[in-house]
Design a protein around this ligand. Structure first.
Ligand SMILES: [Zn+2]
Length: 196
């Protein structure tokens, strides 16, 4: 997921010598992000069974890919992995990176409604739309160290988590807008595919 104000520049990929895990090679390790209308994106994912080394490696590669995009959230299914985990980082652009990992997340409760303005998605290039979202949510899941997480989120974070957890259920943000607006985007994609 991304927002317009996260698209200002490509200088997000700073490395921090104090934290080796943030020193990433942006040129060799990125993974291709699947885009609409790839059908892979519209399937529900399988729960993660083992938080093992392979998963940790994938998290690192996804992080490189997300920061490079640049994006603020990325679900595994967007890089071709049919499993229920996602990463996000909503720290302000000029502050230190803070990668968050959420495994087998579940929205336990929702409250209120809000309009997420000009929501965007790395899997839905060149399109943004307002999306109706819950104003606050309670999410349960696990972090990458298998520690149970309970996140009470509101505002921007609540929107990001709803967007990314939707991905794990095979739902894109364009599935949550009017069919009229969705139609405009679908026709544009069709035209572009034909023009190739
Ligand atoms: Zn997305």
């Amino acid at each position: 997921m991304y927002y317009r104000f996260h698209m200002k520049n490509g200088e997000n990929n700073t490395v921090n010598p104090e934290k080796p895990e943030t020193n990433r090679n942006f040129h060799t390790a990125t993974i291709e992000i699947l885009t609409y209308p790839n059908k892979f994106l519209s399937q529900p994912t399988q729960p993660v069974k083992n938080i093992d080394g392979e998963l940790q490696n994938m998290i690192e590669r996804m992080a490189v890919t997300m920061y490079q995009a640049p994006g603020i959230g990325l679900a595994a299914i967007q890089v071709g992995i049919n499993q229920s985990f996602l990463i996000y980082d909503v720290s302000p652009q000029d502050s230190e990176r803070s990668l968050q990992v959420l495994i087998n997340p579940r929205i336990v409760s929702k409250e209120g409604t809000t309009i997420s303005e000009e929501e965007g998605c790395l899997s839905v290039p060149d399109f943004r739309a307002d999306v109706k979202r819950a104003a606050s949510i309670l999410v349960e899941g696990f972090d990458r160290n298998e520690k149970p997480l309970r996140i009470e989120a509101e505002g921007f974070l609540a929107v990001v988590l709803q967007h990314e957890i939707d991905h794990l259920n095979g739902i894109l943000f364009i599935d949550r807008i009017s069919s009229l607006k969705r139609g405009i985007y679908k026709r544009r994609v069709k035209k572009n595919l034909k023009g190739r």
